[in-house]
Write a protein that binds this ligand. Structure first.
Ligand SMILES: NC(=O)c1ccc[n+]([C@@H]2O[C@H](COP(=O)([O-])OP(=O)(O)OC[C@H]3O[C@@H](n4cnc5c(N)ncnc54)[C@H](O)[C@@H]3O)[C@@H](O)[C@H]2O)c1
Length: 256
């Protein structure tokens, strides 16, 4: 028996990186999984691989930055699996620019993909859970940058801070209904996102490692295992929390 046997999971933005690792672990733990992404080829390939391995998995192409598409995704996932027990809000993009150069479009797109998608999906899923009496979980992918700042990632930082507050607010609102709401705050996990926005030079890598007491980047599997924990009965009394997995970055005062 897996830790998620019989559960029905929806992973928003799950065709690559951390989301993909979570989709794979959820399936391996016995859950049915619907996952979305804007990258069709990656999504179709992952769906095929999961099905060949004997899992029940569906890929749906959907843009997390468009609220109506997110609502339609939730409806389709409910239709395919008969309901949703576990929601993972994983969509996240980063616009790397100086504050003075940011456009309204940069701001709106980051907020829509990173924060509004989680709000919209959580609302649609919570309505479904309440109507169906489902005691489920909602987990969002936050970041250490919810509380720290990378100066050129302003819109990213504020959306992750917003996700932490969304998490705490929904945890309180939904606790009486047996729905637990938590977030994960990864440090530096070696994915395409990090290669594009953080690991842009050897000097940048060295700077990241100088602020990472464990001296290495994290692996996507190390985040997926927390997602399984938060979605499973192992965390049955945990709600409203952000679990940071950052190799020791947050406790470090790097001025000394
Ligand atoms: N990698 C890290 O170090 C790190 C650290 C902290 C938080 N996070 C968060 O983890 C999450 C996943 O990050 P990652 O590093 O795996 O990113 P990634 O860029 O490697 O993968 C992201 C996936 O999301 C998809 N995607 C992008 N925009 C989308 C949209 N509008 N709608 C649907 N799908 C979309 C991409 O196609 C891709 O499959 C994000 O929320 C990110 O902010 C990552």
């Amino acid at each position: 028996m897996g830790q998620l046997t019989g559960r029905r999971a929806l992973v928003v933005a799950g065709a690559a990186g951390i989301g993909r690792a979570c989709v794979e672990r959820f399936a391996a733990e016995g859950a049915k999984v619907v996952f979305s992404d804007i990258h069709r080829a990656n999504g179709v390939a992952l769906e095929k691989a999961l099905r060949e391995a004997g899992h029940e998995a569906w890929f749906l192409e959907s843009d997390a930055g468009v609220a109506d598409q997110v609502r339609a995704l939730v409806e389709q996932a409910i239709g395919l699996m008969g309901g949703i027990d576990l929601l993972l809000n994983n969509a996240g993009i980063a616009v790397s620019k100086d504050f003075l150069d940011l456009t309204d479009e940069d701001f709106d797109r980051t907020v829509n993909v990173n924060l509004k998608s989680a709000y919209v999906a959580s609302q649609a899923v919570a309505r479904h859970m309440l109507a169906s009496g489902t005691r489920g979980t909602i987990t969002s992918m936050s970041s250490v940058n919810a509380v720290l700042n990378i100066p050129n990632l302003l819109t990213y930082n504020i959306t992750k801070g917003g996700l932490n507050q969304l998490t705490r607010n929904l945890a309180i609102r939904l606790a009486p209904h047996g729905i637990r709401v938590n977030a994960i705050g990864p440090g530096t996990i070696l994915t395409e996102l990090v290669k594009k926005t953080i690991y842009t030079s050897d000097a940048a890598k060295a700077a990241v490692m100088s602020r990472t007491p464990m001296g290495r980047a994290g692996d996507v599997a190390e985040i997926a295992s927390i997602a399984v924990f938060l979605a499973s009965e192992a965390s049955s009394y945990v709600t409203g929390q952000v679990i940071y997995a950052d190799g020791g970055r947050l406790p470090l005062n790097y001025t000394v």
